[in-house]
Design a protein around this ligand. Sequence first.
Ligand SMILES: [Zn+2]
Length: 451
Amino acid sequence: MEEVLIENGNVLLFKNNDIIIKKLNILIKNGKIEKLFSDNEKNKVYEEYNINASKVGNSDTLKNIHIIDATDKVVMPGLINVHAHIPMSIFRETTEGCKLYDWLSKKIWPVEDKLTEEDVYYASMLSYIEMISTGTTCVNDHYFISNAIRKAAEDAKVRTVLTRVLMDSDGEDGLKQRVEEFEKLYETRDKENSLITYTVSPHSMYTCSDKALEKSRELAKRYNLPVHIHFLESIDEIEDIKNKHGIPAIDVLQKYFSDIHTILAHGVKISDSDLEVLKNMDVAIVHNPVSNMRLGCKIADTTKYLQNGVNVCLGTDGQGSGSNLDMFEAMRVACLIQGGIHENEERLNAKDVIKMATINGAKALQKENEIGSIEEGKVADIILVDISEKLDNITMVPNLNKLANLVYNTSGRNVDTTIVNGNVLMENRIIKNINVQEVINKYNKIIKRLF
Ligand SMILES: [Zn+2]
């Protein structure tokens, strides 16, 4: 694995409860952040690591070291998308004018019935290209035909939490088959590949019977995995869950998952009494603001959730409802919409949403010791955002508040470099290990067949 040296960056660091930006250099070795050091320490560090300082800045170095000049770049932890359906690039902009249930039953499920492994592979590759190019270095998936997604994850080299979604709205045989597929997926995992980990993922409480939830619990216990489930995304769900299980959603959650780390996607319709229960449970809420508004699901009160000490992180959902996988857009919208429900009140700010998109996501995925911040010893999942004063960045000028600009005036297109596990996947906006045009061509043929 090559060593990487990021020089002269404006490095985003978490300090106590605050976020600061500091001029630093970063040495990456064996996929990890080996050293963070100031210009004053340069000579000492170069000597210690046998870097030929006189040659730094051009490619002809003593060692095989990859140097990235981060002048006029913000160097920050890679963004963590905690709720996505990776292959759903296929459904981008199919939701216009639909309610959630209608969209699923009329637009999504009939096409999903026709999907092949090859379709899912290329649909996933297209999403991975989107993630790499917009700064996402870790994604938590919620889909099926997972062997094809896994193959794409291995090829794209983006950190991925994989699953095989479970449900039984079509009966017991359906559940049995899905459980077998999950078991096979998990048991054939490559234990050496730390980039791919797993959750147990019942689709939701309205598509899973008690039996399916009990089975999900059993799998999570057997394999010691977290659970990832859609939870209180829309108003229709509240009654449906009561009718299906005989008790409210919050009681269903406690009944099956009270002693399992559980990732709740959406949580739009969480009441104050629900919150009282959630704050004492081992849960994280994934806020998907763009998807929630596209589907008319209202706005989750993330300010209140955070004030109550519940971990809130950020996701995009699939492109079908979330439009895209750009986590910068998710950050901006997540921040702005709180102003729509908290008139003149204290509410979450740019720093809060930067945490939601990084360290909070790492905690939700139980990976906070590995990723989510730039610290010595953590793995090198890092992105560089271009803040140079030029036409493409004109909305950042003047850059008096870099953190606010990251949230309000940055899009995924401003991401210049994406590094996962020390691998430079994109540099100067060139994606290195994927033939982008080939993926687009293949993908277009698939879309033509499906629609
Ligand atoms: Zn979803």
